[in-house]
Ligand binder design. Sequence first.
Ligand code: LR7
Ligand code: MN
Length: 607
Amino acid sequence: RGPLRYFFCGCIATSLTWAVILMLYWNGDVQSGNTAVPQEGKSYGGRIRFQPRRPRVQVEEEEEGDRRLTFKSHQGAHTTKVDLPLSELGLIKSPEDQETRDMGYRRHAFNLLISDRIGFHRNIPDTRNDKCRGKSYPSSLPKASVVICFFNEAWSTLLRTVHSVLDRTPRDLLQEIILIDDFSDQSHLKEELEEYIRDHLPMVQLYRTDKREGLIRARVKGATHASGDVLMFLDSHCEVSKQWLEPLLARIAEDRTRVVCPIIDIINSDTFEYTASPLVRGGFNWGLHFKWDQVPQQLLQGPDGAASPINSPTMAGGLFAIDREYFDEMGRYDEGMDIWGGENLEISFRIWMCGGTLEIIPCSRVGHVFRKRRPYGSPNGEDTMSKNSLRLAHVWMDEYKEQYFSLRPEMKSRPYGDISDRLKLREKLNCHSFKWYLDNIYPELFVPAAGRQKEVRMANPWGVKQVGVGQLPPRPKVIKKGHIKHMDSGLCLISQNGPNEKGSLVVVSDCLSEDKNQVWYLTDQDELQLTGLLCLDVNENDPKSFPRIMKCHGTSGGQQWKFAEDSGRLYQPSAGMCLEFQSSGKGYVHMSICDDSPAQQWRYILL
Ligand code: LR7
Ligand code: MN
């Protein structure tokens, strides 16, 4: 009958249409018109393409139980699939792995291979003081806009930062995440990033500067786009931890003139291990360098002890929360400062001198990747830290700027641009003198009689220029003593030029039990150390160069060694390679891609 036939036809037509759409979809071929990035093995004809709903980045979360990660690289063109225990994430399995690792050190100064393999989501240890767990916070708190500026940040560190915020922040406390690209030139931060945000990150807005501005002006730009009650600044290589935001917002909700910082935990740049920082607070020296200080005991006497907020004379700079309107009233940042450096002391002095407070909140913890060098410079190679420090000294330090000049006499005659607006701001906010700040906020700082200064650079026995901690971690403890025996040749690993010769290459030789050249002490940080304080070491920036003995630095990196009991291999996590000696050749030992060959079989023989 008529009507029924039309009904059937209609159904069939509709189903067919759907089937075609579904087929197109299933094919994975459905792409948006102009921004699609070609994928390997797919043909791209002239057909109209739609935006895929299927994520191009596939990150499978850690499987319960066996602590293995499965990860597919974001670059569709060479998708790697890695299935490794966490301790072996750096393992190099192919020339592409080697390239990722080495390029990562060159461009970003960290182990990109490991960072990529971790992916966007991972569990990190809860490093908080016991008193913080179980703490409850008001049910209604101000909302935060998280502002993250970046210049040429790596894909995995940037997106792990963003995802960690999304994963660990209650939705009703997060207004938005604002990313400011400070004129990066690396290609993954262009359309690919826009596309990823469009497909996966609804809370995220991306803005770009039209020229390289530096982190100071980039943050101000971020703040002007923000609409939350509170601005929460982060660096672009962070991971926030459990309940990180609540304690910060609660302090600001009680008093909007509080500017609050989390404790900055350490993400190791060679292994991406996440470890706790001790409780320290911010200070500075007369060279106007930020430093960490021990917290005066009297500040830890309250009922909450080491879990209560701690007044801090300065902040490290990258990670803090501030009421958005208060940030504006207080004069944001000095926009005459360029690229990097000095702004953290400037905002710290300003907050204290102009009526606010600066605190570290121990119940809030955020990890930051501490690199051994900054992987970028300023556009014309200027020393922006010095120029920025000079502005800071002229605006805020009154007669105490002479302390800086006595260390840096050449700075006295350097131009520093127009500071009249900042001086007006200081006037308008009716701020205290720098003497008031020193007397009341930082009495611990020693003020030498003028002209009698010498730059005292804190000796750092760990050999690392930028560690995240002020108090040095305790020296790793020796737990075993033994030989490192190469099973195939029956020879032992020795330092070629004796146990005390820094830089000496390692070779193999007859095993002699009391020879100091070959008694290796194994520490609880997986170092292999000779009698003195020299450790078996691989240069992270050039892992193919010969291993040597170098001063022990206690921060893992190229000095961490893992004996794999079953395979007999001696694995170096940051290099992602294994120690090898070819019995046939007469060469030195060297690092090589891990395999099952006899050349890589070693045993730690206890003495
Ligand atoms: O030109 C630039 N434009 C940027 O957008 C240069 C940098 N940036 C971005 C960059 O991508 C990053 O996200 O700005 C952020 C900070 O730069 P980093 O990570 O190179 O700086 P840093 O971690 O070495 O240095 C610390 O000191 C800086 C002084 O200007 C800033 O205040 C950083 O935010 C600060 N980082 C921290 O406080 C984290 C803890 C480090 C410590 C101690
Ligand atoms: Mn940083």
